[in-house]
Write a protein that binds this ligand. Structure first.
Ligand SMILES: NC(=O)c1ccc[n+]([C@@H]2O[C@H](COP(=O)([O-])OP(=O)(O)OC[C@H]3O[C@@H](n4cnc5c(N)ncnc54)[C@H](OP(=O)(O)O)[C@@H]3O)[C@@H](O)[C@H]2O)c1
Length: 277
């Protein structure tokens, strides 16, 4: 029997995947077992990506692994590489990884460069793989607004084909259910349309019952308006480059990969924000 493991099940995407696969009792690889979903027959193993020995032990006997990318951190590349190497050493045959649309060493969105590094580590590992290159999450975008309901950044009238996290989870679950059909594939997961930030503010604002608006900033203004958060430079670059990537068209392409893999159309921004997701 194939043993499937899922990381990130204490978070949004991984939790949905774990529940969707409950009939297969996936192994849940978590940092905090007290927050792991309760799924009959599912084993819970504890590790963090940066812990090579614990990760290898947690992954022994796993055939197919969903690796949800780690939370943003300065050393995220090392964390990912450690966990990917542990998976290969533990004998995982097939790894499914949540990457980013436009991942590449020169990606405008700076975190897209981290994802390119993880993808490279996966390709070099010798494991079979499926890469899910997620666009920005549509159900998170309205929460970038400040207390006054203003989304601000150097996005101009650029467009973003943002995807609902629920669709990312549906695709990941479909891949894990039938992994051999997706060996070596890279999917670019997007919503059904590419929206400007003006459109996002309007439509997402209505969906969550909050008046939102978008204000374009220059690069200089973007760094200045975020300075009071006291974030490290890599974090500031990630925040600001989110908008620059939109301005430059890096995340504007709409694909039919959600439909092809999950078997249903991608959710609109309103559907992604609906309470049932
Ligand atoms: N495309 C986008 O717009 C976008 C936006 C935000 C994030 N992301 C990426 O997409 C991923 C999934 O999104 P989500 O909404 O499901 O995130 P989430 O709700 O924050 O969940 C992240 C999950 O990953 C686990 N995790 C994080 N860092 C880890 C590490 N170093 N070692 C082991 N487990 C770790 C977390 O465990 P804990 O519960 O213990 O923290 C949690 O279960 C995020 O982790 C992030 O990499 C993409």
């Amino acid at each position: 029997m194939t043993t499937i493991a899922v990381t990130g099940s204490t978070g949004q995407v991984g939790r949905s995947v774990a529940h969707q696969l409950s009939d297969l009792a996936p192994r849940l690889i978590v940092r905090d077992p007290s927050r792991a979903p309760r799924i009959e027959g599912s084993e819970v193993r504890t590790t963090t990506y940066a812990d090579a020995a614990a990760s290898r032990a947690a992954l022994e006997g796993v055939d197919v692994l969903l690796m949800v990318s780690a939370s943003e951190a300065r050393d995220r590349r090392d964390q990912h590489r450690t966990f990917i190497a542990a998976a290969a050493a533990a004998g995982v045959r097939h790894i499914v990884y949540t990457s980013f649309a436009g991942a590449g060493p020169d990606a405008v969105f700076t975190l897209g460069r981290d994802h390119a590094d993880a993808e490279a580590a996966i390709r070099e590992s010798g494991m079979d793989y499926t890469i899910l290159r997620d666009n920005f999450y549509s159900d998170l975008l309205p929460y970038f607004a400040d207390e006054e309901g203003v989304l601000r950044g150097p996005a101009g009238s650029g467009r973003v084909a943002a995807v609902a996290r629920a669709d990312v989870a549906d695709v990941a679950a479909a891949v894990l259910r039938n992994p051999t059909a997706h060996l070596g594939s890279t999917y670019e997961l997007t919503g059904p349309e590419a929206l400007t930030f003006d459109e996002i503010a309007d439509r997402a604002g209505r969906a969550i019952g909050r008046k939102l608006r978008f204000e374009h900033e220059t690069l200089e203004e973007a760094y200045a308006s975020r300075a009071s958060y006291g974030a490290e430079p890599w974090q500031m670059d990630a925040w600001v480059s989110t908008y620059v990537a939109v301005a430059e068209g890096e995340v504007a392409r709409v694909t039919d990969d959600v439909q092809r893999v999950a078997g249903h159309p991608p959710r609109t921004i309103e559907e992604g924000l609906a309470p049932t997701g």
